[in-house]
Design a binder for this molecule. Structure first.
Ligand code: ATP
Ligand code: MG
Length: 438
């Protein structure tokens, strides 16, 4: 992409409505624009990151054997009456009436709809287990939408739903999702810590929220410091094997949000306790037969009896993650994108657009990096160097290649790592080799 052609409406000044750094940088870097309270348009720069995050989430769901489908945003009120949540959900649910006076709603989540799909299609234990997900916009009429896409009213969520014959199967599925979440967040450069969460009326310990640590987090969190250096299972993870040992390890040390925090642990853990703030980026939940009983989602068991299926649901805040990653990775000058989610792989800064040698060197780098799939953003504009540097730092691409007449006298360009600030002079060919190796 050439900057001169790119739709990138950046802002020089800090927008007054932005209270936290991610909201400020997302507006300034031309990623989003508010359309109404808690509802945003995603501009090209923002959408690129959203898609990268979505892609990682999708890969890790697929890897864990979860199958993608797509349910609509608009649902019928009828199924929510069956589960009893139509009245319970209250004002957070956006209710809509169609031209035939049918009651509809914009889905805040999809337990009812997936249960309806399941019960119409699956009859036998032989078809279990099943694990399904979609990545779809949700609407929750939050009382206080704030912090940009961090707490929006319309937001993108990945939600999975599992169906198992019995508790043992449901637990194994839960473990699988637990591990896939560890991997998902780690691949985005995040340290997400699973913390015991409220498991509702069923009780038990099969509900975890995944939180990333950031000063602006809405929740207060407490954890044993050693959790921060735990390893995440690698690409060779085998989900056919029960992941219980991984779950046991990650849940062996203390980690709790303020709602579940036990103050007595503070003294006991002493220096080993980290008290911080966290952002909830995922939530996994086993809820047994809550919906299957209410909505009659039953299968024939091996001995011929009809039994309600065991279910769980598993959410990732895809759009919230865009802001969450910025909260976790930025400096005073702007965003520092971890490579796997960066909107472009590298930026090329032409310090003297119009200079023949600068132009040809940049064009050559641009076309070679493009062919190599590195997706560069080339700042070819006729702008002052200072403006270009500030802009590149703001949008936070992992690498900046700076091409100027002075360096080119010796055949050199400069490459800067956004994360470390390290700069190195090298030939354009060396830059290509270096970037292709990362
Ligand atoms: P919270 O406690 O933050 O309100 P929740 O417990 O209501 O979230 P879940 O129903 O568990 O959320 O939804 C799954 C994930 O969706 C959350 O972990 C979060 O990352 C994301 N999410 C929930 N509400 C919002 C929102 N209003 N804006 C953006 N993302 C959200
Ligand atoms: Mg939650």
């Amino acid at each position: 992409m050439r900057m001169s052609e790119f739709f990138l409406p950046t802002l020089k000044e800090d927008p007054s409505e932005a209270q936290i750094v991610s909201h400020r940088f997302m507006l300034r870097a031309g990623m989003i624009r508010q359309s109404s309270a808690g509802i945003y348009s995603w501009l090209p720069m923002g959408l690129r990151v959203l898609k990268k995050i979505e892609g990682i989430v999708r890969q890790e769901q697929d890897r864990a054997g979860c199958q993608e489908l797509l349910m609509p945003t608009i649902q019928s009120a009828d199924i929510w009456r069956e589960s009893g949540r139509y009245d319970d959900y209250g004002k957070e649910m956006l209710r809509i009436t169609d031209r035939h006076d049918r009651e509809m709603l914009y889905g805040p989540t999809n337990e009812e709809l997936i249960t309806e799909i399941f019960r119409e299609s699956v009859r036998s234990y032989k078809d279990l287990p099943k694990l399904l997900y979609h990545i779809q916009w949700k609407f929750r009429d939050e009382v206080r939408p704030r912090f940009g896409v961090m707490r929006g009213r319309e937001f993108l969520m990945k939600d999975s739903y599992s169906f198992d014959l019995d508790f043992a199967g449901a637990k194994q599925t839960y473990n699988k999702m637990f591990v896939s979440y560890l991997r998902t967040f780690s691949r985005m450069g995040l340290k997400a810590i699973p913390m015991a969460a409220d498991s509702g009326p069923i009780g038990g310990d099969m509900s975890h929220e995944f939180l990333i640590l950031a000063d602006t987090g809405e929740s207060e969190v407490f954890c044993h410091r050693d959790i921060l250096s735990f390893d995440v299972p690698g690409d060779d993870v085998d989900y056919r094997i029960d992941q219980q040992p991984v779950v046991d390890k990650w849940t062996s040390l203390y980690a709790a949000t303020d709602e579940k925090h036990n103050a007595a642990r503070e003294e006991e853990l002493g220096e080993e306790l980290v008290a911080a703030r966290g952002i909830e980026v995922g939530h996994i939940f086993y809820f047994g037969t809550k919906y299957s009983k209410a909505m009659n989602a039953v299968v024939a068991s091996p001995d011929g009896q009809e039994i309600p299926v065991e279910m769980g649901s598993y959410g990732v805040g895809v759009s919230r993650l865009v802001a969450g990653i910025i909260e976790a990775s930025h400096d005073d000058d702007g965003i520092i994108w971890p490579e796997p989610v960066a909107p472009f792989g590298a930026g090329i800064i032409n310090l003297r657009a119009g200079d023949a040698l600068c132009d040809t060197t940049c064009e050559d780098l641009y076309s070679k990096l493009s062919s190599a799939g590195l997706d560069p953003l080339y700042d070819d504009r006729d702008e002052r160097a200072g403006v270009k540097f500030a802009n590149m730092d703001l949008i936070g691409l992992p690498w900046q290649v700076v091409v100027g007449p002075r360096g080119l006298e010796n055949g050199m360009v400069e490459i800067k790592s956004r994360a470390t600030g390290d700069k190195q002079e090298m030939t354009p060919d060396a830059v290509l080799n270096k970037l292709m190796a990362v």
